[in-house]
Each structure stands twice: as C-alpha cells, then as structure tokens.
Design a protein around this ligand. Structure first.
Ligand SMILES: [Cu+2]
Length: 279
C-alpha cells in the first residue's frame, strides 16, 4: 500500500476514534463479558473468571469427546454384543479423585481473592454507605461530609448522562487511595454494587459490612442496588467520580463547610461541567 494512503487511513481512523463519545464505566449496548477492571479486586475477578472458563471449556470438550467415542464405537450396529462386566476400581478412583483435585486447584485462587477483597487494615479514607428505600446516603466518616444521593430525573439529565444510572449528587473518590467501604441500611436489605470496581456488598439494617477498593484510573463509575428491596429497587443507582488526589482534597475542603444534604450540589455542577467537557 502506498505510504500516503497508509498515513491517510491512519488519520481517518484516529479522527474516527476521537469522534466517539467517551463512555463512562457502565453497561454498553451489546456489551459482552464484564466491564473493564478499575480496581485490584476486579482485576482478580476477571483473571479468576478467565482461568475458570479455560478449565470449564476443557472439561466440557473432554466429556463431549467421550460421548462421541461412545456413540461411534459402541452403538448397536458396531458393537452388537455388549460387555457384561461392571465396576472398575481404578477407573472409579480416577473419576472421583481427578474432579476433587480440580476443585482443590480452583479453591486456592478463589479463597485468596475472597480474602483479598474482604477488608483492609490501613485505609486512607472511609466511606460509609447507607441504603434506604429508595436512595443511598453517603458519609465520609473522617471528613465530616454527608449527603443523600437520589436518581437523577429524566428531565435533569445532562448530555451524556445515562438514564437510570446517573444520580443527582454523586460520590467523589480519589484515584490510587485505599478506600474502606462500610455498608448498612435503615429499612430493608440493599446491596451496593459497582461492577468496574468488583464491589458488591449487602447493606443490612443493624449491621455494618465492610470491604475496600482502590480505583486505578479517573472516570465515572456506575452501579446499582443489587438486592431486591421494594418497588423502587431499580431506581437507586450509584455514581462515583474518581478524581486525582489533589482534586479530591479540594472537593473535601469545598464541601466540609456545607451542611449535610446540600454538600454535593456544587460538586454536581462541577461534574456536569466535566461531563460536558467530555462530549
Ligand atoms: Cu435497594
């Protein structure tokens, strides 16, 4: 291919990519698989999932292969007089022990990931999440910031904001910091779930559950309540904006002076501006 044509095509391709709207971490039309990992936990989940898919595929192919051999070699026309013996100690030992060994091999990485995602000793920040019918409230325990987060109404959506996922006041967290997440509820059981962070933790009334995350890249992360909690269960989304540590410190300072539920308003304005900038 002539050089000028190659260069021309490259420029066209780059312009094409630039014209695509930058989607936040959210479900995409015709999306397959999981959302891109944005935390160590989600990286672990995706790699365990890949390992398990390989193991499952091998087992399935092996069983299908055996079935095919039986169908071809031992059908009534090829094998008119079937063998009369039953039981084979060695074979039975093998088909019991091999699956046990496979399960043990799976258990190790699985439990390692489970404990890694469980809780963290030294966190930089603690975010307390409370589920209500039907919204979330957030409290930055050490910073004295607290606010409610409701579904953004259709009429309030800014360009690029996804319907039923955007909130009126969203969570802001710093990239690269260890965030302790504590969940509870004040009425029924909810579940705070953000796929790109690999976090899904139930929120029980009268109980404080704990997990952690470390967001690896700036962006907007969407999630939803994942425990059937009543008629508006589908209308209590989660929206997190991950910003640099400096921007987070500025946000904290800006919002510390404000009273509870109005805390996120200025932030929402700032985020909308960023949302527009992304377009
Ligand atoms: Cu809920």
């Amino acid at each position: 291919m002539p050089k000028f044509l190659t260069r021309h095509l490259a420029v066209v391709a780059l312009l094409g990519f630039a014209a695509l709207p930058a989607l936040a971490d959210q479900p995409k039309p015709w999306g397959l698989g999981m959302q891109d990992a944005a935390s160590p936990t989600m990286q672990g989940i995706i790699s365990l999932h890949t390992t398990l898919t390989v193991i499952i595929t091998c087992i399935t192919l092996f069983v299908f292969g055996l079935l095919a051999v039986i169908c071809v070699r031992f059908n009534a026309s090829r094998n008119p007089v079937p063998a009369k013996w039953s039981h084979n100690t060695l074979l039975e030992l093998v088909w019991t022990l091999v699956p046990v060994l496979i399960l043990v091999a799976i258990a190790f990485p699985s439990f390692r990931l489970l404990y890694a995602a469980d809780r963290v000793k030294d966190a930089d920040y603690t975010l307390k999440v409370t589920g209500h019918q039907w919204f979330w409230s957030y409290s930055y325990v050490d910073q004295g910031i607290a606010f409610d987060s409701n579904l953004a109404q259709d009429s309030d959506l800014k360009p690029g904001e996804p319907r039923l996922l955007a909130t009126d006041t969203h969570v802001v967290l710093p990239v690269g910091a260890i965030i302790r997440i504590q969940t509870t509820a004040d009425d029924v059981i909810h579940s705070w779930s953000v796929p790109a962070l690999g976090v899904k933790i139930d929120a029980f009334p009268g109980r404080l559950n704990e997990t952690w995350t470390r967001i690896d890249r700036p962006g907007i992360y969407y999630g939803q309540c994942s425990q059937l909690c009543g008629i508006n269960h589908g209308f209590m989304p989660i929206e997190i904006e991950a910003v640099s540590k400096e921007d987070f410190a500025a946000w904290v300072e800006q919002n510390q002076s404000k009273k509870s539920s109005s805390a996120g308003q200025s932030l929402f304005a700032a985020a909308s501006k960023q949302g527009n900038d992304r377009q």
